[in-house]
Design a protein. Structure first.
Length: 309
């Protein structure tokens, strides 16, 4: 028997980010997502072995562009005078202990079916903030690319949540296109329902200086199973377009094949760059995905590919 599925409306799913109300709804939910992230991190924290090291190191590593919000005392004015950009002198410890976490909050992430525990965007935020908590407690510095500088604050969850509240690029489907420092790591949490070429290009750019990365693909169970039958109307979250079909089940094999091809292409892009790839469904607990992510960050046996968790 086919599963009975109810696609929640705009007010329930907060899928219509093209309206200001959508962003406002997410902002209202953010405090409870912060609480959930702290609970998930606390449940997974046992057994985490960090690399706590004091100080910022003495060995020069490289110059990198100045990021808004950093102290101006870190600017290397001699290097900055050579061109039109402002540079910071980055030291080896800083580069080696930096993790950039990008949580997709674009329109498609607002989708939720009645088979899921929560919208994809909520799960992405909880997972990303919980990972930040574990990383900071393990001696790392964490930042959001293009939004915050890497920090090692014990209030990292609250600091990142506050930054997201004022982020004007909430509808961006991919992280900013600037290469990451060679010894840093990236965590991308997204449904990756955009063009495969754009995703491949983003991964290539972020890792062009040698940064390692980890991709967590968030999926609603409906996106996995396509349980629709009979007369069905499909609505596009990015526009007002709708598609009405009389025999939805006839599209199931075509949809499944295209989904597999899309994911395989992303997985291959990750493997080419030495990144890991994992699929996580929103009908499962966030703690399972966080445990798998922690294993990959520590270079565990499942480094290159993790199945749904």
């Amino acid at each position: 028997m086919a599963a009975t599925v109810r696609l929640l409306g705009r007010r329930e799913s907060a899928a219509a980010y093209r309206h200001q109300q959508g962003a406002f709804d997410l902002a209202q939910r953010l405090p409870q997502l912060v609480v959930a992230a702290k609970e998930v991190a606390a449940n997974v924290r046992h057994g985490v072995h960090g690399r706590r090291q004091a100080g910022i190191g003495e060995t020069f590593w490289q110059f990198r562009p100045f990021v808004a919000g950093e102290s101006t005392t870190r600017i290397d004015w001699r290097r900055s005078a050579r061109d039109d950009r402002t540079y910071v002198r980055e030291r080896e410890w800083e580069a080696a202990h930096t993790v950039w976490i990008w949580m997709d909050r674009s329109p498609s992430m607002g989708f939720v079916s009645s088979l899921a525990l929560e919208p994809k965007v909520d799960r992405a935020i909880v997972l990303g903030l919980a990972a930040a908590e574990l990383l900071v407690r393990g001696g790392e510095r964490v930042g959001i690319p293009g939004l915050t500088r890497p920090i090692a604050s014990r209030a990292i969850i609250d600091r990142l949540a506050e930054a997201m509240l004022v982020d004007p690029r909430v509808e961006a489907e991919l992280p900013p296109g600037d290469p990451l420092p060679a010894r840093s790591q990236a965590i991308l949490i997204s449904d990756l329902l955009t063009g495969a070429e754009a995703i491949e290009s983003s991964i290539a750019t972020l890792s062009s200086r040698g940064a390692r990365g980890h991709v967590v693909m968030i999926a609603d169970p409906v996106e996995e199973t396509f349980p629709f039958e009979g007369h069905t109307e499909f609505a596009d979250v990015d526009s007002r377009e709708r598609l009405r079909v009389g025999e939805a089940q006839s599209f199931r094999p075509i949809y499944a094949a295209r989904l597999v091809a899309h994911r395989d292409r992303i997985r291959e892009a990750c493997v080419r760059r030495g990144w890991s790839f994992a699929l996580h469904r929103t009908d499962g607990p966030a703690s399972a995905a966080l445990l798998a992510l922690r294993t990959r960050l520590e270079g565990g046996p499942s480094m290159l590919d993790v199945r749904p968790g």
